[in-house]
Design a protein around this ligand. Sequence first.
Ligand code: FPP
Length: 252
Amino acid sequence: MSAPDPVPSTTAALLDPPLHVAIIMDGNGRWAAARGLPRREGHRRGVEALRRAVRAVGELGIKILTIYSFSAENWTRPAEEIGDLMGLLKRFVRKDLAELHENGVRVRVIGERAGLDPEVLSLLREAEELTKSNERTTLIVAFNYGGRQEIARAARELAIDAVAGKIDPEKIDPAAIESRLYTAGLPPPDLVIRTSGEQRVSNFLLWQAAYAEFVFLPINWPDFDRTALEEAIGEYRRRERRFGGVTARAGV
Ligand code: FPP
């Protein structure tokens, strides 16, 4: 009798997908440079990869996808590139919102809103408002987002409440901080994927990713597809998550 076929990776990913996957979409510029194309072409192809990612996440039964679409530090890029990224975001919402809604995607935006272009702000609000009752997948768009800034904001809010006598400073614990983060009420990421081969966290979900597994893929973001996502999930499933405890074996 021959050995049974190994479980195909697709099935394996479908059997036990992580609840929440977060992605640092890196390498658009390098993708373009390698082809002699302008950086904006890399970003444009990055949006296509984002569409593939959202579709794949839905197909694999992953409930939450967080994407790092614009960091608080990205403002240091040349004005022309910032303009390109803002233009792509606006176009993405205008072109894709109806389809996201039809596919049961709930859009949430995390990051600092003060000072954003009013047109961008109103599109982000429209996306959140239209999709707020959807339940199939949650797409969290980290936009003008920084993890340190988010934690500082939570600390500031707690300090203001403490000075006003609304909370006892002695009682400030991790749960109190968590309740003031942009992601309050959402489960933390199980898996953080970064493309482009860079192995850094770059101020992304610093608090929330405390016990996430990190998978670094050697491909640039515009080349990301369902196969790459399945590969990252396969790697995640081979890891043993201990959350600071001991393994079953080591604990004997
Ligand atoms: C990293 O590539 C990517 C970003 C700065 C942002 C990600 C943006 C997109 C995928 C397109 C915009 C989509 C939306 C919805 C806003 P990089 O420019 O840092 O690449 P490099 O490190 O190779 O230069």
